[in-house]
Design a protein around this ligand. Structure first.
Ligand code: PEP
Ligand code: MG
Length: 552
């Protein structure tokens, strides 16, 4: 038996085979080759394997996300047959006597540069596609597993690290648990694990090599442990714990249908956070009152090119219809920092968390913003939709956003498109927004406090940096005082205020937030019933001490 200790991101026990996901971050090396013809054959074989993988991906994607969204895999497949591309690679191998990996990487870079320099937007977007297909061939040459691969059975994923864009591509039905060597507990990958309700451990010093691939493993998400080929005593202890979890969950399910009301009669809304349509089921299972945060950027991360207005409209419409009148708060695109999509062609930055991201991109590139807003407004005719904007720092930004939404509404009206008037809110996740929340409250219909970023920016602690995870303290009085200030300012101006950061699910603070007067909490779906239980056990008339201690 081998035992590794890391940091727990989400509790729970997972038992099953391990699947190692290895990414090759190493630079492709230039190697001199004498037998160039067999190198060309290696390339031809890797290209063929890539085509077969893309065909499978296309078929899987058609079933999961429809033909239009799956088309990208078809385009990639066709690009692999492009004669200029193939001839260039074979020519580099033969004339420079170099290895196929190097020839593919060089050609991929050259073609990608050529595409990005073109005026035509469609051709520009092909720059990231040609990089993608080249990386796929290189992975096949190096016999490295495709991150997109789906699994035949349910597995425990063990990887060095996972970016949010990689996590969203995993076949979630088959993922029992995540274990990563790196990563931060406040990252979006960690948040995804919570949304998916699966035990996960980060900072786990396991060696990522193929000898553990397929081995029997157990993840103890409560204690941040990974066991490989565990002995009998561990297996039976973990099975017992797993059974206890099932029993606990059954008890929590008895709270379904009950209200979120304290013993002394204060009732709040309890919503779920989602990243895509599949997460909706989990909100229903856990009896959420609606969706308090739809992280719409995940729609962008799941694709290789900008989602069209129509594609987005269909997604928002299905969500609104499925919720049948329950609230759906869509947060506009919050891309940037750890959430990167190649086709945005964002330059790398010294400080991406305080860089070109979220609403800043939307205001600088209003075409992207307006496409999304049009899709949301169109979908508003099919349910109870609200919009919320991330990373706000000023009243001017809100005024500009309102001008843009007015333009969108006028355009839709002119085109005879029907839509409902939607509530417009902002996220309070920068200290600037918290400090001027009295002014901001006059401009919007509601606030939602994003405690993940509010903590990061208030404490000057990068939420992505696992080295300083221990300093990331959302219970810090500075954070809690800001939350109180925001709630007070919202109420003074007669608007409602919710919280959609991870702190909303921290039941140690539930009574504190209730006492402060929070109107809504939006949490990972799997945490909804746990928070409901806490609310129903709370008597606000008896918690004066814990309340004042928390913000002291
Ligand atoms: C937050 O910052 O608290 C939040 C909810 O947004 P995200 O975690 O997606 O940045
Ligand atoms: Mg945020």
């Amino acid at each position: 038996m081998r035992e590794y200790s890391g940091k727990s991101v989400y509790g729970g026990i997972a038992i099953g085979p391990i699947k190692v996901i290895k990414k090759d971050n190493s630079q492709v090396k230039r190697i001199h080759i004498t037998d160039t013809e067999s190198e060309v054959n290696r390339f031809v074989q890797a290209k063929q394997n890539s085509k077969e993988q893309l065909e499978k991906l296309y078929e899987k994607a058609v079933l999961e996300v429809g033909e239009a969204n799956a088309a990208i895999f078809d385009i990639h497949n066709m690009m692999l047959d492009d004669l200029d591309y193939i001839e260039s690679i074979e020519n580099v191998i033969r004339t420079q006597s170099v290895n196929a990996e190097y020839a593919v990487a060089l050609t991929g870079d050259n073609f990608s540069e050529m595409f990005s320099a073109m005026d035509d937007d469609y051709m520009k977007a092909r720059a990231s596609d040609v990089k993608d297909i080249s990386e796929r061939i290189i992975r096949n040459l190096a016999k490295i597993e495709d991150i997109n691969s789906s699994f035949d059975e349910s597995v425990i994923i063990v990887a060095d690290d996972l970016a949010p864009s990689e996590t969203v591509q995993l076949d979630k039905e088959k993922v029992l648990s995540f274990v990563t060597v790196h990563g931060s507990s406040n990252s979006h990958t960690a948040i995804l694990a919570k949304t998916m309700n699966i035990p996960s451990v980060i900072n786990c010093p396991v060696e990522i090599d193929s000898d553990i691939d397929g081995a029997f493993g157990i993840v103890d998400g409560y204690n941040g442990k990974l066991y490989i080929e565990p002995d009998e005593s561990i297996i039976s202890a973990m099975k017992k714990r797993q059974q206890e979890d099932v029993e606990k969950q059954k008890l929590l399910f008895t709270l379904k249908g009950k209200s979120n009301t304290t013993l002394d009669g204060k009732e709040i809304k309890l919503y779920g956070n989602i990243g895509n349509l599949k997460d909706l089921a989990s909100v229903f299972i856990n009896d959420g009152d609606g969706i308090g945060l739809f992280r719409s950027e995940f729609i962008y991360l799941e694709r290789n090119d900008f989602p069209s207005e129509e594609e987005q409209f269909q997604i928002y419409k299905v969500a609104a219809e499925t919720l049948a009148g329950k609230k759906l708060i869509i947060r506009t695109l919050d891309i940037g920092a750890d959430k990167q999509a190649d086709y945005f062609n964002l330059e790398s930055e010294e400080n991406p968390a305080i860089g070109y991201r979220a609403i800043r991109i939307c205001l600088k590139q209003p075409d992207i913003f307006k496409t999304q807003l049009r899709a949301i407004y169109r979908a508003s005719a099919f349910g109870n939709i609200s919009i919320m904007y991330p990373m706000i720092i000023s009243v001017d930004e809100v005024k500009r956003i309102k001008e843009i939404t007015e333009e969108v509404k006028n355009e839709l009206k002119a085109g005879g498109v029907t839509f409902n008037d939607v509530e417009q809110g902002i996220m309070i996740e920068t200290p600037a927004a918290a400090l001027i929340s009295d002014e901001l409250a006059k401009e919007v219909d509601f606030f939602s406090i994003g405690t993940n970023d509010l903590t990061q920016y208030t404490l000057a602690i990068d939420r992505q940096n696992s080295k300083i995870d221990d300093f990331f303290n959302p219970h810090h009085p500075a954070v809690l005082r800001m939350i109180k200030m925001v709630i007070d300012n919202a109420h003074k101006n007669n608007i409602w205020v919710g919280m959609c950061g991870e702190l909303g699910a921290d039941t140690d603070l539930t009574p504190v937030f209730l006492k402060m007067g929070i109107d809504e909490l939006s949490v990972s779906p799997s945490a909804i019933l746990k928070v409901r239980k806490k609310i129903r056990e709370t008597d606000l008339s008896k918690i004066e001490d814990s309340y004042s201690n928390a913000i002291k």
